[in-house]
Design a protein around this ligand. Structure first.
Ligand code: MN
Length: 461
């Protein structure tokens, strides 16, 4: 198998350009709202490139993966094979390969001044200011050398200082271990990686599973990584920009507000702080930004999660066929699960298992295989015609939800499951969908033509 086109950022931009999916802005677009405004106008239709944004030498790029079909292309699979390929990569990771000479270290600076050196945009109206939004935060356990990769919103708080939102997952667990010993956690923030590594960073896999190894599996060969200049963290060698630094023990400073994926602002609060020790980059790097709340933000989190959830649900429930995180549910909160011939009562077990897969999952709907789980109208139809609230509804109060869901109490809220499957003992004809025999096979091009002005005449024959 050849290496997929998504294995290189610059190769991916060539690919998008050759398919009219890369838009070039006029030079000098304003970093404050200008980049985000143009990127949002092309959201889902084209990636956008910004030369000399706000007068900076470094160009900005946005919208690399703002369509499900593009992700499949980047991985070199048909769209209906996307989830299965990603799921396989999560189950069969490929360890990275360490290299000495790395493009991401062609330039090394230790006198870091973030806004002077990088074109860091401000996206939404009430954002506190400039944010790094597409930085892969790589943390490394000093004792075992195991790494973790995740994306966090990073507020520029000073020349070499960032405020970070760490939700209760692996980076935070790594940090707590170090902080309780009174030490900082060494990290790197990698900006401008290939699409496969970008997707791999969003995998929901157990702690101490290095997400970079999922990138290796998606490429079909080990990902080249290199050691940072000032610490032990290993970063993708072909990255555009790397910030090396430390998550500071016993330090918290104000961060936020920031426009997030639920289309609301994450609030200002005392949060974690990163001090940057060095900035390394390619000779002429690109700066990737993800506009908060845009399709790239939604899908980048959503699609890898679908694959991860499918993998974990299948382990407990072999009847699970497919899953979908709907866009209306911010690609995080609403999970649709398709099951094939569940045993009596099993659809409810699937529902309970799905609610526990990740704290972000708030509402789960379980449907049969005759319902297209990727089409919200189909799922709504199943709820309309197969669901009875007194029998098929499960509500759990006071559970851990998303802190970014403003209807929760600081992240604690209710979960709901809807069993919209047909009962196993239902009379078959009662739930048979209407259909016209042979409809799909008709060659309508040969059998019809557009009506003309003399349709009355034509009808007379
Ligand atoms: Mn992890």
């Amino acid at each position: 198998m050849s290496v997929p086109v998504g294995a290189s950022l610059r190769g991916w931009l060539d690919h998008l350009g050759s398919r009219d999916r890369l838009v070039m802005a006029q030079p000098g677009v304003d970093l404050r709202f200008g980049v985000a405004g143009i990127a949002n106008r092309f959201d889902g239709a084209a990636a956008t490139l910004f030369p000399q944004p706000g007068g900076h030498a470094v160009p900005v790029v946005s919208g690399l993966l703002s369509d499900r079909a593009w992700m499949a292309e980047a991985m070199g699979v048909p769209q209906d094979g996307l989830i299965e390929r990603y799921r396989h990569a999560c189950l069969e990771p490929v360890p990275s390969r360490e290299v000495g000479e790395a493009p991401c270290q062609q330039s090394v600076r230790k006198d870091v001044d973030l806004t002077a050196m990088l074109p860091i945009p401000t996206h939404n109206e009430h954002d506190h200011g400039a944010y790094i939004t597409a930085g892969l935060l790589i943390a490394r356990r000093p004792d075992t050398g195991v790494q973790n990769v995740s994306i966090h919103r990073l507020q520029v708080s000073g020349p070499n200082r960032l405020g970070a939102l760490l939700l209760p997952r692996h980076t935070l667990a790594f940090f707590h271990d170090r902080e309780s010993a009174g030490a900082d956690l060494e990290i790197a923030i990698v900006i401008g990686v290939d699409p496969l590594t970008l997707m791999a960073s969003q995998a929901i896999v157990p702690i101490d599973h290095d997400e970079l190894e999922i990138s290796g599996a998606l490429r079909g060969e080990p990902l080249p990584v290199t050691r940072c200049v000032t610490n032990e963290v290993r970063v993708p060698a072909d990255a555009e920009i790397v910030l090396e630094g430390r998550l500071l023990a016993q330090v918290r400073e104000p961060e936020g507000p920031f426009g997030e994926f639920p289309q609301y602002y994450g609030q200002r609060a005392e949060r974690h702080v990163i001090e940057v020790d060095a900035l390394t980059s390619r000779e002429s790097p690109l700066f990737h930004t993800i506009v908060g709340g845009g399709l790239e933000h939604l899908l980048l989190g959503g699609i890898p999660r679908e694959a991860s959830f499918l993998a974990s649900l299948r382990r407990s429930f072999p009847c699970v066929r497919d899953v979908h995180l709907s866009r209306g549910g911010t690609c995080r909160y609403h999970l649709y699960v398709q099951v094939e011939r569940p045993a009596p009562g099993e659809a409810k077990n699937v529902l309970l298992g799905a609610l526990g897969t990740h704290y972000d999952i708030k509402h789960v709907t379980v449907v049969d295989t005759d319902v297209d789980v990727h089409d919200p109208t189909e799922v709504e139809w199943a709820v309309a015609t197969r669901f009875q609230a007194d029998r098929d509804l499960v509500v759990v109060s006071g559970s851990q939800g998303s802190k970014l869901d403003p209807s929760t109490a600081e992240g604690v809220g209710a979960k709901m499951g809807l069993d919209a499957t047909v009962a196993v003992d239902a009379p078959p004809m009662k739930f048979t969908r209407i259909a016209v025999p042979g409809q799909q096979e008709l060659d309508v091009g040969a059998l019809t033509a557009p009506a003309t002005a003399d349709w009355r005449e034509a009808c007379r024959g």
